[in-house]
Design a protein around this ligand. Structure first.
Ligand SMILES: *[C@@H]1O[C@H](CO)[C@@H](O)[C@H](O)[C@H]1NC(C)=O
Ligand SMILES: *[C@@H]1O[C@H](CO)[C@@H](O)[C@H](O)[C@H]1NC(C)=O
Ligand SMILES: *[C@@H]1O[C@H](CO)[C@@H](O)[C@H](O)[C@H]1NC(C)=O
Ligand SMILES: [Cu+2]
Length: 218
């Protein structure tokens, strides 16, 4: 079983640039969800979070990293990332962690797989995301998440760039305000993302304070 979710949208799309479409998905164990990065131009991620902290990476959560499409026409084939459902009994919340030109998460770019009946519904999650103060979490998650996992990094066609952030090593307690960059760099970062890694780190460092250990590594 497969499903497709569009990541980002074009400027004039109904709902605007900052969206996943659909943003509520029901998928059973073994279903592959193909996230197609079709928002062009765009620079988006699919990053697992939690209901309690919509715009913070979940400890042990999945993360596509950022995928940057420079052109106003979507490339063909599109960049895409396959995530397979491993536990359909738990809601899987996710957000886009891009900060520019405005915070995507607080602009409502969030989604859920397998929401359950009750107060923790999508509308509340999205509204909480929009009310989040401060910068959305930038730490890099992995391929394996909680309730869903990918077996490979995203497919990146030519002309498109993939950026991986700095991995979180410390586990952020759920509900924490910020899980800043940790002193380890993702070993899965491709050589082509080395420059981006630096930029990303510098940006976080300027915004959030410097970690001497990571600075020395870079
Ligand atoms: C899906 O897999 C999870 C984890 O193994 C399991 O707990 C759950 O019961 C499975 N769902 C169904 C409908 O069998
Ligand atoms: C994602 O999964 C779909 C459906 O199985 C497959 O057709 C596609 O080639 C996969 N894409 C990647 C990048 O692995
Ligand atoms: C895309 O976003 C990442 C993360 O913020 C950043 O490092 C990278 O420079 C951005 N790429 C472009 C071309 O804007
Ligand atoms: Cu985005």
């Amino acid at each position: 079983q497969t499903m497709t979710v569009a990541v980002g949208a074009e400027m004039n799309s109904p709902g605007g640039i900052f969206q996943f479409n659909p943003n509520q998905i029901t998928a059973s164990n073994g279903t592959t969800i193909t996230f197609q990065f079709s928002g062009a131009p765009g620079n988006h991620s699919v990053t697992q979070s939690s209901f309690a902290s919509p715009c913070e990476p979940l400890a042990g959560g999945f993360d596509s990293g950022w995928i940057f499409i420079p052109t106003s026409t979507p490339p063909s084939p599109l960049p895409e990332w396959n995530l397979t459902i491993t536990n359909d009994q738990t809601p899987i919340w996710f957000y886009c962690k891009q900060l520019l030109p405005q915070f995507h998460c607080t602009s409502g770019m969030v989604g859920v797989i397998n929401v359950q009946p009750g107060p923790n519904d999508f509308a509340t999650f999205q509204s909480n995301a929009q009310k989040t103060s401060g910068q959305p979490g930038q730490a890099q998650g992995g391929l394996v998440g909680i309730g869903a996992s990918a077996s490979a990094e995203p497919f990146i066609p030519s002309g498109v760039t993939h950026f991986l952030g700095v991995s979180a090593t410390a586990t952020a307690p759920s509900g924490s305000v910020s899980s800043g960059p940790a002193a380890s760099v993702s070993t899965t970062a491709a050589p082509s993302s080395a420059v981006a890694l630096g930029l990303n780190f510098n940006f976080i460092a300027v915004i959030g304070g410097v970690l001497a250990g990571a600075a020395m590594m870079l």
